[in-house]
Design a protein. Structure first.
Length: 155
């Protein structure tokens, strides 16, 4: 497995991403993040079991329904649903995932990390993509800088 910083650099090179857990609420953070990927040239595919469209873009009930399959998955669902979403990723042939969080591995949990290791899933564990995307808003750059200062930035 790659270290987290190297994995983040690699994962962001792949432009076809399933964004799992895009909210129905247009003001929700998940929608902001999904939009950020789209405006940066990513083919960000919305996934939510109760939506057919997100801002006119077809939305899929789960990652298994997407063809052709995405290169990786960004997981934005509550902790209680993450194991099921990982199983869906495996069923879809996706072995590269980013599980959203703001405090690194603490936001993902040891059990889920062990599952990823056992199933050969490469995982970015618990960081916010905004800290690594180009031309990110000021607040997210500050978040990245503070993470570096306190030793929480990926190494």
């Amino acid at each position: 497995m790659h270290n987290q910083k190297e994995l983040i650099q690699n994962i962001l090179r792949y432009k076809r991403v399933a964004v799992i857990g895009v909210s129905r609420n247009p003001r929700d953070f998940t929608r902001t993040l999904w939009t950020a990927f789209r405006v940066r040239g990513y083919d960000a595919i919305p996934v939510h079991p109760e939506q057919e469209l997100v801002e006119g873009i077809p939305c899929f009930a789960n990652i298994r329904a997407i063809t052709p399959k995405p290169d990786w998955a960004l997981i934005l669902v509550p902790k209680i649903r993450r194991k099921d979403v990982l199983e869906d990723c495996l069923a879809a042939g996706i072995r590269l995932v980013w599980i959203f969080g703001i405090r690194g591995k603490k936001d993902v949990g040891d059990d889920l990390l062990r599952l990823c290791e056992q199933r050969n899933i490469e995982v970015v564990a618990g960081f916010c993509p905004f800290m690594f995307l180009p031309e990110t808003p000021f607040f997210h750059r500050v978040h990245g800088a503070v993470s570096k200062l306190v030793g929480a930035y990926p190494k």
